[in-house]
Design a protein around this ligand. Structure first.
Ligand code: SF4
Ligand code: SF4
Length: 227
């Protein structure tokens, strides 16, 4: 980050996009104690050293209206979303909301490559690995048959069962590279006699900021973060 012209700060703050979320994020309550950065796994990491940013500095940037600097920073993109900063903050500052606003303000074509690619693939095919629907349904059926033979008599993979209690999504990397791993979840459902189902469409469970669920069902994600 370059030198900041302090004489322009007041004006920048007036125009800041973060002003809109100030009341909900409590940024003004920050008294720079550093508890957030003390608990953040990114603090002091090699990947943040060149920017010199941590949560405490980043939240001050938002509070001072240094929008472009924060939007352009790598910090908000390498944040894991673990929420330790927010949970530890004694003033209840909603840091995650601020990081989210900074990311949302970056134009689509400037979103870091791997995320851009992953979301684009999810939007086009319903999963990060681009597995076609027919192949996926065939895989579900075959794995279900195997599971029934191996240890769960009568098991049939419930695809799009209407009225099920739980809707289960898979990590596409399991379906793509480690399909047998999917059986572990199914064994649990089988043992618990759970009334569950899964979808043939938009079934990616990795959190690419996409949400997919059906009315009356409870989404169960087995993978929470992009890998
Ligand atoms: S923990 Fe909260 S009050 Fe302390 S520096 Fe971080 S955001 Fe500010
Ligand atoms: S949510 Fe992000 S900024 Fe907050 S502690 Fe975790 S990695 Fe650090």
């Amino acid at each position: 980050m370059g030198t900041i012209d302090l004489s322009t700060l007041a004006e920048k703050r007036q125009k800041s996009i973060f002003r809109d979320i100030l009341p909900e994020s409590h940024m003004n309550a920050c008294f720079t104690c550093g508890t957030c950065s003390g608990g953040c796994p990114l603090t002091g990491m090699e990947s943040t050293k060149d920017e010199g940013l941590d949560c405490r500095k980043a939240i001050r940037m938002a509070a001072f209206g240094l929008d472009q600097e924060l939007i352009d920073s790598r910090f908000v993109w390498i944040c894991t979303g673990c929420q330790r900063c927010e949970i530890g903050c004694p003033m209840g500052v909603k840091l995650i909301k601020v990081w989210g606003a900074a990311k949302a303000a970056r134009p689509r074509e400037r979103v870091p490559g791997v995320l851009h690619k992953g979301v684009d693939m999810c939007l086009r095919t319903g999963n990060n690995m681009g597995i076609p629907e027919d192949d996926y349904v065939t895989l579900l059926e075959e794995l279900g048959e195997e599971l029934a033979e191996e240890c769960c008599p009568g098991f049939i993979t419930p695809v799009e069962k209407v009225g099920a209690d739980y809707l289960h999504f898979q990590n596409s990397k399991e379906a793509y590279a480690e399909p047998d791993d999917m059986k572990w979840w199914w064994k649990i459902f089988y043992a618990a006699k759970a009334d569950w189902t899964t979808s043939s469409k938009n079934w990616e469970s990795v959190d690419w900021a996409q949400a997919a669920s059906s009315p009356g069902t409870t989404p169960v994600n087995t993978a929470a973060r992009p890998t």
